[in-house]
Design a protein around this ligand. Structure first.
Ligand code: FES
Ligand SMILES: [Fe+2]
Length: 441
């Protein structure tokens, strides 16, 4: 079947959405075009392509892409990973450093700025119409590429609004994460931890700011942590595992107090004045390095902002307070890859990176006792939504209590489903916009 605008409008109500939004293959295909095709998608961090010729591949739904630092200009470009000859995927999945990209099929070779460098010698090209200097034979660049403090985003639609207005004030969370470095610079440490989730991409995105699930979904992990802490000899220092895992067991009231701030275009964060990251013990050498770099007042301001997850809808979520990000890569309607990256704060003692890595292992990795709980419920949501008994998914918590502000943001209690209602408001706007994408700038 082909969905009309009218059909799609009927799937989203102010406080509920139809289950097809998570389970229907045609909706997924439309999302990849209309939502992922015209919003700003996270490509990677500049430190992943630190040297000229460094590249990495990634996908935006079905679109295979390459991010590369050009050898001549040193600027970062993003191209469709498709040879301009017969369309073969030019670069195999992964990362590396290239002098040029040579296609495995007939050896057409491209410079790191996407221009066609060479084709094999042949006597048969005369009078064929093939003109090596013709830009039609270059790699096709993503319509728009921009970089905010090292975070590189792309947009496949030349008609889409620019990056900074699209993200608006939500960029303050990236600012806080970068400002936590004494040198105001981040660097990805280690590779990517890629974790396949058998669920629709939106189940993951919605869970990020679902403050009413930890105490239920993660009950076993919380009890294990509490048991471990209780068995420690009296007077023992609090192990870092306990200071990281313990706050997941906070009360409903605590998570309610974490509140939500949402922005136009689906972005949001939770943990405005207090979050599960607020009470980490200070690392004295780090505090000293920050105060020497930024001064005492600014350092206090930076540390007082310990937000939980900030969502850059639809593809990126960051945790500034622990220097970890997760990237959403949809594969199909019921399959999503989640990529976790950890960051070194340049100029900070190594203990800070060790804490970030510990957090990643404890909470986000496939062997985590927290992330595996979430995966189980995502899979159960996907399985349950296949059932016909009830067509609707509820988003009603605290509806009517949201507070709109003059700066364009809206706030709500931590128990509110405001972030989900906000996401679907913009999802519906994009999904009912039938204008084709303008692929080339
Ligand atoms: S498809 Fe790439 S050189 Fe022929
Ligand atoms: Fe969770």
């Amino acid at each position: 079947m082909s969905y009309t605008v009218d059909d799609i409008e009927k799937m989203v109500e102010p406080a509920r959405v139809h289950r097809k939004v998570y389970t229907d293959e045609e909706i997924f295909a439309l999302e990849m075009q209309r939502v992922w095709g015209r919003t700003w998608i996270f490509a990677g961090h500049a430190s992943e392509v630190a040297k000229p010729g460094d590249y990495k591949t990634f996908n935006i739904g079905q679109q295979a892409m390459i991010m590369v630092r050009d050898r001549d200009s040193n600027s970062i470009g993003v191209f469709y990973n498709r040879c301009s000859h017969k369309g073969a995927k030019l670069v195999g999945d992964g990362s590396g450093c290239a002098k040029a990209f040579r296609c495995p099929y007939h050896a057409w070779t491209f410079k790191t700025d996407g221009t066609l460098l060479a084709t094999p010698p042949t006597k048969t090209k005369a009078s064929t119409g093939f003109e090596p200097g013709d830009p039609a034979y270059n790699l096709v660049a993503a319509a728009q590429v921009d970089n905010y403090r090292g975070f590189v985003f792309v947009n496949l639609d030349a008609n889409a609004p620019a990056m900074q207005p699209f993200f608006g004030d939500s960029l303050s969370s990236i600012d806080n994460m970068v400002d936590r470095s004494p040198e105001s610079e981040l660097e990805i440490a280690g590779g990517v931890l890629r974790y396949r989730h058998d669920c629709n991409w939106k189940s993951f995105v919605e869970n990020l700011n679902d403050n009413m699930h930890p105490m239920a979904t993660h009950q076993a992990a919380i009890e294990a942590c509490q048991g471990y802490a209780n068995d420690l000899p009296e007077g023992s220092p609090v192990p870092e595992t306990v200071s990281i895992l313990g706050p997941f067991g906070s009360s409903y009231d605590f998570f309610d107090e974490m509140s939500h701030v949402v922005f136009p275009n689906g972005h949001s964060y939770s943990g405005n004045s207090v979050s599960i990251h607020s009470a980490y013990p200070p690392v004295p050498d780090y505090v000293a390095a920050m105060e020497s770099a930024h001064g005492e007042d600014k350092t206090r301001d930076i540390f007082s902002c310990a937000r939980h997850n900030t969502l850059y809808y639809p593809s990126l979520t960051i945790k500034g307070a622990i220097q970890s990000i997760r990237v959403i890569r949809p594969i199909s309607v019921n399959c999503t890859d989640i990529e976790t990256y950890t960051f070194r704060l340049k100029g900070a003692p190594d203990e800070m990176l060790q804490r970030t890595l510990l957090y990643s292992r404890l909470i986000n990795s496939p062997s985590s006792i927290v992330g595996s709980d979430d995966l189980e419920v995502y899979q159960r949501v996907q399985a349950g939504l296949q059932g016909m008994g009830n067509d609707w998914v509820s988003l009603e918590r605290q509806q009517g209590n949201d507070v709109e502000h003059e700066d364009g943001s809206t706030t709500g209690m931590g128990s509110s489903e405001l972030p989900f209602r906000n996401q679907y408001k913009y999802w519906l706007q994009w999904m009912t916009d039938t204008q084709p994408l303008k692929i080339k700038a």
